[in-house]
Design a protein around this ligand. Structure first.
Ligand code: F0G
Length: 374
């Protein structure tokens, strides 16, 4: 008898229920939101039980902003392959399999390739990923390789990789699973459903990093569908943030040589450009850029004050919120989307946070105690 069992028995006289299956298991986002998604009875659902990620209150950020503003983090780095891409990939791979495909291809700054590889392999499909050589975080490349994708690293950037994959998908029997694939956005819109399901309504602001601008378009679709169905009363103001060296949507024209520490959003010519502009206009939202310095500062605040380790691109949402904090209405609810897990990019974490690392210490308690300041 465990102590929990005995304590419960003591307090209630009833035997405690221990072990056994949980009463309701999360079935993955396609099953959970099936009526909202374009799947039929014969669609083979390829799932790793993605979705249902935490919406975490962020007290340290609230304190910085003040005025009763409530801040929540949508921690989508807790998906099976560590990013929001899993939401879209369960749909894209399920539909590719339903259509009889045997291979998929994507261009990627890393996360799409990891998700495509995992879901494709699980579904018995081949996966190809075209990536910008040298600009994909280590963890993401490791994932794609281990899941079993063929990784084609080009001496070029993401925009060139995407052009190549689009061409390949037109000429050969491989299905493109970038966010131009409409099933991707269908899956990703479920993140907005989860936010509304958790808050009971849409937030006032949604802050999100933008690369290809697929995710901001997917969130907006989700918020609009729930609003139309009467499941929320309002729509959020959509705030999309880009890194300042890679901010075509802010500048209003493509960037030939995008540059940022946030390699996930190192994109100069977003595929969903038109959709993103519609989102901004329809929601009355704003697009703005944040510097790499702003991104790193937010990345560190999230880790050291909230206990949340996201990747640099994800921290752009929080950097943007903090930069525009004075424009947030008093007592508003703000959701910042944290798109990817910090573990994917150990290099950035290590290179920018050496201050608390004490090396070359003699293996003696007095030496360690002295460094500890005891
Ligand atoms: N955050 C992360 C961690 C990403 O990996 C991406 C995109 C974005 C934000 C931007 O999302 O493109 O929908 O606006 N990563 C893609 C990839 C490009 O290949 O993994 P978006």
């Amino acid at each position: 008898m465990t102590w929990v069992t005995s304590l419960k028995q003591l307090l209630t006289g009833q035997p405690a229920r221990t072990g056994g299956p949980a009463q309701t298991c999360w079935p993955g986002l396609v099953e959970h939101y099936r009526p909202w998604l374009p799947v039929g009875g014969s669609t083979p659902i390829i799932t790793l039980l993605e979705g249902n990620t935490p919406l975490l209150r962020a007290p340290a950020l609230e304190k910085r902003i003040g005025r009763g503003v409530r801040v929540f983090l949508k921690v989508d780095g807790l998906n099976p392959t560590g990013s929001f891409k899993d939401r879209g990939m369960t749909m894209a791979i399920s539909k590719a399999k339903e259509a009889g495909a045997t291979a998929v291809i994507c261009a990627s700054t890393g996360n799409t390739s990891a998700a495509a590889a995992a879901y494709a392999r699980r579904g018995g499909l081949r996966a190809f990923a075209v990536i910008p050589d040298g600009y994909v975080a280590k963890g993401k490349l490791a994932q794609a390789l281990l899941y079993g994708a063929d990784v084609l690293a080009i001496q070029g950037n993401f925009d060139q990789a995407l052009a190549i994959t689009q061409d390949l998908a037109e000429r050969y029997p491989v299905i493109l699973v970038n966010s131009i694939n409409p099933y991707r956005l269908q899956g990703q819109k479920t993140a907005a459903f989860e936010v509304v399901d958790a808050l009971g309504d849409a937030p006032d602001w949604l802050c999100i990093p933008m690369g290809n601008a697929g995710n901001i378009s997917a969130y907006w679709m989700g918020f609009q569908e729930y609003r139309k169905a009467g499941l929320s009363r309002k729509l959020p103001l959509m705030c999309g943030f880009q890194a300042s060296g890679s901010a075509p949507l802010v500048l209003g024209s493509p960037v030939a040589n995008p540059a940022t520490i946030a390699t996930a959003i190192r994109i100069g010519n977003p595929a969903n450009w038109g959709k993103a502009l519609e989102v901004r206009q329809e929601s009355g939202g704003r697009f703005a850029s944040v510097s790499d310095g702003d991104i790193l500062a937010a990345y560190q605040v999230l880790a050291t004050e909230e206990g949340v380790f996201c990747e640099p691109a994800s921290a752009a949402s929080v950097a943007g919120m903090l930069k525009h904090a004075t424009a947030i209405p008093t007592e508003a609810q703000v959701v910042c989307v944290l798109t990817g897990n910090g573990l994917k990019d150990p290099t950035t974490a290590l290179e920018n946070n050496q201050a608390n690392l004490y090396r070359d210490l003699a293996p003696e308690v007095d030496v360690v105690a002295q460094v500890m300041g005891l």
